[in-house]
Write a protein that binds this ligand. Structure first.
Ligand code: PLP
Length: 382
């Protein structure tokens, strides 16, 4: 193994620790994983059942044509964005599409601008694909938003990608149309730069109004934006491994070539289920979001009672990212909390030390119990 060997995701590490302690009979509230605790909708399960009766052969590397059409229809409905068939690539989750895009496009010396707090996988992926992550820090006072001023300071002629994830993991940050246009004005000056618009949490929002994605807010960027989404979070289909990227045909072609030499395609059965997810009723999305909102508010009520915590109310996704005042070592604190019976992920895993990430994709009573344990431990160690 070389010294470049990537380490296991810190999120999975903490989740594993929590699972091992539970297996030993310890009472641990696990708030580590970003995995919906719901099941996929019934019509998705039914489509998978009937798929089992079909011949499940290889599919095209860019996905079953009917799935690509369902994605095109979905993006027209959600954003009024029209993608041609050769502008859609399907992969094993959004994660593989992002990885494929980096490996297909990064050359040594290329930089990728990643706003912190970030999803822990982005910088590791960039390094594995030969690029250099350039981390820019955002401020909790500004809802962890990337601003044009921060962005302009990070861009140069070597910038190949800017990553924009909204609602953000772990921040929950959303951008208005005007804010996206402000970022687009800066990006106008750097025509060699692609934008990765990671919209995987776009259905899980707590603010009124439609979701605005960058390529729709700033049509000039349509030609160099890769819009990434998938069924994992919205449809509670994490293990089914279906995600997609939509963008310029030459980039999509390169992503598809990587896919074809890698695992050929994602599971044909999962693709049939994803077609059902995208084409079937969508009303459960709002119902589930209402449940997430209730959990968010219940957790916030407990955390806000603790004087050493500062918590920004997330606009979307299902994470809380409190700052622990005066904290010097968040990994140590996460271990202390684990011993006290609540598993969290230290903020340093997301490029923002001094914070903790708590997932509220879990039952409300358990979540509240975990938050109370957290507060009690902090108060006992203040
Ligand atoms: N992007 C973000 C911001 C995520 O949080 C995740 C999963 O946690 C992914 C992408 C990957 O999603 P998928 O399950 O579709 O690979």
């Amino acid at each position: 193994m070389s010294s470049n060997t990537p380490s296991l995701s810190p999120i999975l590490l903490m989740a594993r620790r929590a699972a091992a302690m539970r297996a030993d009979g310890r009472d641990i509230v696990d708030l580590t994983l970003g995995e919906p605790d719901f099941s996929p909708p019934e019509h998705v399960l039914a489509a998978a059942q009937s798929g089992l009766g079909q011949k499940l052969g290889y599919s095209p590397s860019n996905g079953i044509p009917e799935l690509r059409r369902a994605i095109q229809t979905n993006l027209l409905w959600k954003h009024n964005l029209a993608y041609d068939d050769d502008q859609v690539a399907v992969g094993c989750g959004a994660k593989q599409v992002i990885f494929n895009a980096f490996i297909a496009s990064l050359r040594p010396g290329d930089e990728v601008v990643i706003p912190a707090p970030y999803w822990a996988s982005y910088p590791d992926m960039v390094k594995m694909c030969g690029g250099t992550p350039v981390i820019v820090h955002t401020a909790p006072e500004n809802g962890f938003r990337l601003t044009p001023e921060i962005l302009v300071g990070a861009l140069n002629e070597r910038t190949r990608w800017v990553v924009l994830n909204a609602p953000g993991n772990p921040s929950g940050t959303l951008y208005s149309q005007d804010e996206l246009r402000g970022l687009a004005e800066v990006l106008d000056r750097f025509p060699q730069t692609f934008v990765m618009s990671d919209d995987i949490y776009s259905h899980i929002r707590y603010t009124p109004g439609a979701y605005v994605t960058l390529a729709a807010a700033a049509p000039k960027l349509f030609e160099r934006t890769l819009l990434v989404d998938g069924v994992s979070k919205a449809y509670a289909m994490t293990g089914w491994r279906v995600g997609w990227g939509c963008g310029p045909a030459n980039l999509i072609g390169a992503i598809t070539s990587v896919q074809s030499q890698n695992c050929t395609q994602t599971s044909t059965l999962s693709q049939l289920a994803a077609i059902a997810a995208l084409s079937g009723p969508q009303d459960f999305l709002e119902e589930r979001t209402a449940i997430y909102r209730q959990r968010r508010d219940a957790a916030l009520a407990v955390l806000r009672g603790c004087p050493v915590l500062e918590v920004v109310e997330p606009d979307g996704a299902f994470y809380l990212f409190p700052k622990v005042k005066g904290l010097s070592d968040d990994s140590k604190l996460a271990l202390l909390l684990l011993e006290a019976g609540v598993a969290t992920v230290p903020g340093s895993a997301f490029g923002t030390p001094g914070h903790l990430r708590l997932s509220f994709a879990t039952d409300e009573a358990i979540l509240v119990k975990g938050c109370r344990r957290l507060v009690a431990t902090l108060e006992a160690n203040a």
